[in-house]
Design a protein around this ligand. Sequence first.
Ligand code: HEC
Ligand code: HEC
Length: 506
Amino acid sequence: MPLTLPARRLSVALAALAASVLPPPANGQPLPVDVRAALADAVDFYRGVRAEQFFLALEPNERYEVLVGDAVFGFGDDAYLFAIGDEAFEAEFARSGGVGAGPGWGPPPLPARNQRLHDGELGGLDGSSCRTCHFVGGPDGSGAPSQVALLRGDGRRLDTATVRDAPHVMGLGYIEVAARRIERRLQERARIALSQAADLGLPIPVQLAVDGIEFGEVVAEPDGGLDTAGLYGISPDLIVRPFGHKGRHATLVALNDEALQIHHGIQTESRRLTRADDPATWLGDGGEFDPDDDGVEREATAAQAVLLASYLSMLGVPRIAPPTDPEMALTWARGRALFEEVGCAGCHRPSLRLPDREVTHTARGPEPFSHSLDLDEAGQDPIPRRLAFVPDDDGFVDAAVPLFAFTDLRRHDMGPGLAEPWPEVLPDGGGEVPGSVWLTRSLWGLADTAPYLHDGRAPTVHDAIEWHGGAAAESRAAYRALPEAEQGALRVFLLSLTRTPVLLVE
Ligand code: HEC
Ligand code: HEC
């Protein structure tokens, strides 16, 4: 374990710092009073990072100590875990840690061979750190157009690959909490209908909706079967999968497990021991302990994906920052209203309800590994706060906190213009998602995440709206029908969805 423990990134420290040293905007100008102090801290941090680089140059093995995962759990508090996770997200992985698949340039420790174009579910080697693709707009950000991932190809021909732009990764722990809540409610309704159907000996149809988000209909059969043909926007197993453009993963752990594999060729033990028979996963045929055949056995522990998930969960959420100029603020307010009027809010639901802020990350396998976090305590600023007591659709006023993510966590058919030529087969029994169907992308942080849409084809928010078709065609038509100034107002609103600025010295 390195003795010095500089998280390589100051973002979060600075976000906290910003909260303490930077006062609320004065005269509409968000200028910190104590820029000097903030800058001095940023420079100190930079020096720490440099010192760490030199330290690692002398002691290269130390780098992997922090990435092993379970060694760090139980060692310190959540702040320590955050610092380690931060380091893992930024760290350049290397061959001795299991990077790459196949023989590469030669036996380890020679570097592995880069491969932008993925070879099926085994992936490629298209990033040297998580940061490689998640840096636009700030730390833990989105991907650059030059960095789109070329997923699930045949390893040789570009036109066999699925092109994907990386989203930012802020606020995802809260998204996971919100998803679990919706899922619990849907499953509860289905369970009740099933027991009614069994009691009455009749099929019982139920409309599934949570907080006004409609998921279509299921019919509970008296024999215990559930007819899911009428479902909308969710997989037949009623599991909400909020991660990935297609709604691919239910949990951050599953996503990180896959990211380690497909971008870095690092296979966690949980993946090795649980995924061998999943049709959406191919681990390689290199043998029991080194399926990807790169000469490194047991590349990462089950805890590695849990560590990354815990770190990501603790990140703060993006924010809504309306313009401070009075006239522009009025335009913004008009844009906010238009967002509802032209039907954007039907899919990009302004807020989801957070019942609590507790999340447990578990890696599966013969030796499952779990870590629970209370984000009220462990979450980094800005964390979602309760604004007011608002009744839900059943009239209950509960302690739920709004999460301004601008998504409904459902999938929609977006029409042929946005369609890929093939469906995506999801892991964990999620079924197949047709080529034209996409998860409603959250819009929080939008101002900092261009380019837009699943493959980054839209350089501006206007272009992104223009590409909406299928279930969103009506909304796009309503946008097109707006006078130019009103369209502009809507765009002003969209670009107020941004991140808290951080001060960095790099
Ligand atoms: C080569 C670029 C690349 C690298 C390297 C990379 N990612 Fe990603 N990441 C992506 C892309 C592309 C997506 C969207 C994938 C999709 O939906 O098909 C994504 C999605 C994600 C998401 C889901 C975000 C959301 O809102 O749905 C998370 C979380 C994430 N990555 C974490 C990581 C972690 C952790 C690492 C390092 C182990 C990593 N990524 C490395 C490109 C990358
Ligand atoms: C039927 C549901 C639906 C409606 C209505 C809808 N959207 Fe979307 N929106 C989506 C989906 C799904 C995506 C992701 C599509 C993709 O990645 O290819 C998306 C993506 C976006 C993006 C790109 C976000 C990013 O980070 O890449 C923007 C911007 C956007 N929508 C704005 C709007 C606006 C503004 C409206 C109203 C005029 C609107 N949407 C109406 C479903 C909808």
